[in-house]
Design a binder for this molecule. Sequence first.
Ligand SMILES: NC(=O)c1ccc[n+]([C@@H]2O[C@H](COP(=O)([O-])OP(=O)(O)OC[C@H]3O[C@@H](n4cnc5c(N)ncnc54)[C@H](O)[C@@H]3O)[C@@H](O)[C@H]2O)c1
Length: 370
Amino acid sequence: MRIGVPTEIKGNEFRVGLVPGSVRELVARGHEVIMQSGAGAGIFADDAAYEKAGARIAPDAEAVFAAADMIVKVKEPQPVECRRLKPNQILFTYLHLAADPEQARALMASGATAIAYETVTDASGGLPLLAPMSEVAGRLAIEAAASALRRHNGGRGVLMGGVPGVRPAKVVVLGGGVVGTHAARMAAGLGAEVSILDRSLTRLRQLDELFEGRVRTLASTLETIEMEVFGADVVVGAVLVAGASAPKLVSRAMLKQMKRGAVLVDVSIDQGGCFATSKPTTHANPTFEVDGIIHYCVANMPGCVPVTSAQALNNATLPFVLKLADKGLAALERDPHLAAGLNVRAGRITHPAAAASLGFDGSPVVVAAE
Ligand SMILES: NC(=O)c1ccc[n+]([C@@H]2O[C@H](COP(=O)([O-])OP(=O)(O)OC[C@H]3O[C@@H](n4cnc5c(N)ncnc54)[C@H](O)[C@@H]3O)[C@@H](O)[C@H]2O)c1
C-alpha cells in the first residue's frame, strides 16, 4: 500500500503521523511511504532521516494526498485537507467528530473512509490510542505544577520534594485513571506527599497495590474532596466520565478555603474542566489566577513535548497502521477493536456515538460539493 504523511497544519502542532522508525517497519513489509518534505521538522526528523528509513519525499501536501491509498496524520483534517481526500482513500488520525459537524460534513462529502484513533478499543475496554497522550499529560501535569508553585510564577513557593527537615508539597490527584496514575507516579517520584481520589473502589484497590502504600487512596466524596483540597499545595484534575462533560469537583467558594498560591492543574479541561473556575489556556500563556489560586488549564498538554508524544503515539498506532497497510479495509473485518475506530464510510457517519452527538442518524447525507 502507498501510505502518505502530510505536514500537520493545525496551529501549534509539532507532531507527525509517522516517525522514521515506523516508516522503516512499513517499508520492510513492502509498503511505500510518501512523506511531505519537512513533515518531521517539529520532531527534528529531517527529510534525509525519512529517506534513510525508506520513504519517498513529496514536495507538498497535494502530491502526498494525490499519491496515497492511506493518509496517516495526528490532528483532525482541516477543511483544505478534507477537500484533498478522495473516495477509496483511508484516513487514520484523531478526529473527535462528535463536536465538529463542519468536519463531519466535509469528511462525508469526501467519500473517504475515516478511522479515528480515539475510538479504537482494546480487549480490556480501554482506548489504546488515547492512553499514550494521557500518560504524557499526567506526567507533564506535575512538571507544570512544580513550575507554577515557584514564587516568581505566583505559586506558594514550595519545593515538591521538600528537603530533610522540611515537609514536601501535598499533591492531591482527582481521578485515578491513566492521567491520574502517571501524575501520582511523578509526584511520588519527586518526593511529594500524594493522595489519589477516585469513585471506583476497584480502581483504588489496583492503585493501592501498584503504589504499595507510597500513595494514599481515598474514595471520592464531597467530604474527602474538601478535606484533601483544602490542605493541598497542588490539585491535579484528572477525572473522566465517558461521553459526558467533566464533573465540577471544586467550586469557586472552595478556592477561598485553599492555601494561597496553591496550584490547580486541570488536565480534564478538554472535557470542560473539573474546577468551576477553569478556562482553557495555551502553552504560550498557561496559567491564570483566581482568588489567589494558580490555575493551569492547557487543553493540548502533549503538544509541548512533540518528540516524546509523537513516538508514544506511534508506539500505539503502528500495529494498526501495519494491519491497514497489509489488508486494507479487510483489516476491519478481522479486528473488532480497529473496526470500533471506523467513523466515516462512503458518505455516512458510521460511529453510533458520533452520529448521535452530531444529530445524524447514520443514513446517507447529501452534501453539496465544495
Ligand atoms: N489537557 C490535555 O492535554 C489532556 C491530555 C490527555 C488527556 N486529557 C483528559 O484527561 C482526562 C482524564 O483522562 P484519562 O485517560 O486519565 O481517563 P480515565 O478514564 O483513564 O480515568 C478517569 C478516572 O476518573 C474517575 N472519575 C470519574 N468521576 C470521578 C469523580 N467524581 N471523582 C473521582 N474520580 C472520578 C474514573 O473512575 C476514572 O478512574 C480526560 O478528560 C482526558 O480527555 C487531557
